[in-house]
Design a protein around this ligand. Structure first.
Ligand code: ZN
Length: 150
């Protein structure tokens, strides 16, 4: 797949999530909440986490907010990917995505089959000024997960 084609695909994924965000809305009730603000772009995201009866599985992950397409699509992709994961799985994925987004080196061969819509987010790292837009929801999610074992 050519680089141009890939960029277009990534753009389609981002714009699609921005237009029709998954899991948008405040969760009632929720067990954890995290807020993020990106002053350089004006993006706001609040993430809500609801846990299942065992206190481990993330039964629902939702968000509210406003801002640029990347910030809102990132929140949508994040909530879609994290819903149903265990606390441990979610934290591992969180570290993996933030690591990819902030790594100094271009990640080697992002596999679309493995990463799905996340690949579009990882593509944002080509535009350093927008990386904070992409990481915002993930940092808010980290805050919403709270201190492990609580
Ligand atoms: Zn932004």
């Amino acid at each position: 797949m050519s680089d141009d084609h890939l960029s277009e695909l990534y753009q389609d994924i981002i714009l699609g999530h921005n237009r029709r965000p998954r899991n948008k809305g405040e969760l009632v009730p929720f067990h954890g909440k995290g807020e993020g603000y990106n002053p350089t772009c004006g993006d706001e995201v609040t993430v809500f986490v609801r846990r299942g009866p065992d206190g481990d599985v993330l039964e629902a992950v939702g968000f509210t907010g406003e801002g640029c397409a990347i910030s809102q699509a990132s929140a949508s992709i994040m909530t879609a990917g994290m819903t149903g994961k265990s606390d441990t799985e979610a934290r591992a994925e969180l570290r993996r995505v933030l690591g990819m987004l902030t790594a100094r080196e271009e990640p080697a061969g992002v596999d679309l089959d493995e990463w799905g819509d996340l690949a579009a987010l990882i593509g944002v790292r080509r535009f350093p000024a927008r990386i904070k837009c992409a990481t915002l929801a993930w940092h808010a999610f980290e805050e919403a997960l709270g201190v492990r074992g609580r």
